[in-house]
Ligand binder design. Structure first.
Ligand code: ADP
Ligand code: MG
Length: 257
């Protein structure tokens, strides 16, 4: 924890942990022979059967595959929300899953940004408050957090809506705010599970634009789980999950559909 606590309140201090890690290893995420099964009354469900891949800092990858193929499971493992049955998962070179639960929670809130199909904004809070919540969880509150939140909300076109509550916004606007909330702590990993799944085509396109722009600005590694080939094709790399295993889709195939 001493190392993590060194990530201070100011933007300048906060550079220490992540940049240091990035310098030693450009690897943002690495899965090695990861398996995941769930025990159910009807027997074990083997979801992932030995998944290996690595993602560099700044890299972006789409994960596609049929419904039930384990896309969300893979994302939850990368987010440290689930523990692998076997194999190793390193985030920025660290075996995050080995951390005790309390440290893991801090690690997660500092290093991982999550966007889901549903925005999960809290209805009783304003957009600004919603976006600031992860900074409190990560101990990065105060100082520049509010200024950064306001600047990012402005950037995504919600400058005039900072004091509004989620119910007063459209689906696309709520998802923009959810993306801002995901990047507020400058995570090294930005993980999105069907981020445009609830939006109509045009809104989905503009939310995807925004996601890719922010990923570029923030230099996080990005994983987008999606069944939308249109969205997947906008990312430079695509892997497909099939029968519990991962397959790289060649770029020309990825681009050509
Ligand atoms: P996808 O996101 O690709 O649709 P998921 O990762 O959600 O797939 O699920 C993969 C498989 O794992 C499905 O068959 C699902 O029913 C099963 N599964 C997911 N979570 C659990 C759980 N907690 N217990 C048992 N089975 C689960
Ligand atoms: Mg899913």
């Amino acid at each position: 924890m001493a190392e993590l606590s060194a990530a201070g309140e100011t933007g300048a201090n906060r550079l220490t942990v992540s940049d240091d890690t990035k310098m030693r290893s450009p690897e943002a995420l690495c899965f090695e022979q990861v398996t995941k099964s769930y025990g159910t009354e009807a027997g074990a469900v083997e979801v992932l059967r030995g998944v290996s891949f690595s993602l560099d800092t700044g890299e972006a990858m789409a994960v596609t595959g049929p419904s039930g193929s384990g896309k969300s499971t893979l994302l939850h493992l990368a987010a440290t929300l689930e523990t692998p049955t076997s194999g190793s998962i390193r985030i920025g070179g660290e075996e995050a899953h080995d951390l005790p639960e309390r440290e893991l929670a801090t690690f997660r809130s500092r290093r991982v940004g999550l966007v889901f199909q549903d925005h999960y904004l809290l209805p009783q809070y304003t957009m600004l408050q919603n976006v600031l919540l992860p900074t409190v969880a990560a101990g990065n509150g105060e100082n520049d957090a509010e200024a950064r939140a306001r600047a990012l909300l402005e950037r995504v076109g919600l400058g005039a809506r900072v004091d509004h509550r989620p119910a007063q916004l459209s689906g696309g606007e709520r998802q923009r705010a959810a993306i801002v909330r995901a990047v507020i702590n400058r995570p090294s990993l930005l993980l999105c599970d069907e981020p445009t799944g609830n939006l109509d085509g045009e809104t989905a396109g503009s939310v995807a634009d925004l996601l890719l722009e922010l990923h570029g600005d923030e230099k996080s590694a990005l994983i987008v789980v999606t069944h939308s080939l249109e969205l997947a094709e906008r990312l430079p790399r695509r892997v497909e999950l099939r029968a519990g295993l991962i397959e790289e889709v060649a770029p020309e195939q990825a681009a050509g559909g």
